[in-house]
Design a protein around this ligand. Sequence first.
Ligand SMILES: NC(=O)c1ccc[n+]([C@@H]2O[C@H](COP(=O)([O-])OP(=O)(O)OC[C@H]3O[C@@H](n4cnc5c(N)ncnc54)[C@H](OP(=O)(O)O)[C@@H]3O)[C@@H](O)[C@H]2O)c1
Length: 317
Amino acid sequence: MNKNNKIGFGTAAIGRPSYINIKTDDSPAFTDINSFRNKGVDLLRSAWRFGITHFDTSPGYGIAEDLILAFIKENSNQKITISTKWGYTYVANFDPNAKQHEIKEHSLQKLNEQWEKSKLLLPYLKLYQIHSVTPESDVLDNSEILDRLFEIKMENQIAIGITTSGPFQNDVIKKALKVEIGGEALFTSFQVTFNILDQSLFELKQILKGKNLIVKEALANGRILRNRKYPHYNELYSELERLANKYEVGTDAIALRFCLDSFEDSTVLSGASEQDQLKQNLKAAIITLSSSELNNLQSFGLDKTDYWNERKKLDWV
Ligand SMILES: NC(=O)c1ccc[n+]([C@@H]2O[C@H](COP(=O)([O-])OP(=O)(O)OC[C@H]3O[C@@H](n4cnc5c(N)ncnc54)[C@H](OP(=O)(O)O)[C@@H]3O)[C@@H](O)[C@H]2O)c1
């Protein structure tokens, strides 16, 4: 079996100044939109130079789609593939102290409005996803929306997928897998949270075979990296550091390698916000963990309710 080295680049951290993660005191602060834009496009260029060909974005990530549009304008390589989403609108206007950063709306009107902009990413756009389907959203029961997605799929020859978050993501995936239009499954791609702390996706390993799987939040938004706020993970941090020393990489690369090896056909997203982070993340591709090391990392999985309760408490910083 070939080793899975498919690392894609997620743009949530480069399109808006605040995001749900664990910034450290030395993380660069937002100064002005022009520098922010230039830094974002530079990071996309670096990702490409480092060998990344898949880019994931969303209108909910501030100017992220614009950054990718600028990048593909100067680089029209056919190896580039893009996935975007609809359903979230960014509303914070680059104010790091904004009370509300995004609004979720799974309506036909929002789909049509956001598609008008996202379709500019064609022909590199290969996957269009409903952003964050949870049990509270009735989007999978809305036949007008499902029919419109089917139309977009047929007209543009692109795949349709969903992204999921939260403790019920497996239930949502199982429901989405049953949606058929025109005699075929509408959703063939699933962007899902999976990492050492939330391994609940393993339950669906068999039924996801043959589907396009994209792993997000592989570092649990930064919680997997040693942090004084999370002393209850000290044992995991020590094990990751032991492996990082052994393989001469950072602990981030070990955590990403774990995801790549857990779902051999998946694409694992790097959510790096800095070039150095991206370089470190990509070292996941040059190491091999033994089965016993992977099994040992599996023992650090949390109960999914505990995982998502802690995730809910993360701030937009
Ligand atoms: N569909 C959805 O609902 C959804 C939700 C979340 C994510 N996503 C997608 O998945 C992508 C990845 O998700 P994510 O950004 O949450 O992933 P993540 O990998 O769990 O977290 C990324 C964060 O980890 C930190 N980091 C990464 N490498 C580091 C290093 N070497 N040293 C120190 N810190 C490091 C950075 O935090 P700092 O910026 O604080 O330094 C970075 O922003 C996103 O960009 C987006 O495309 C989708």
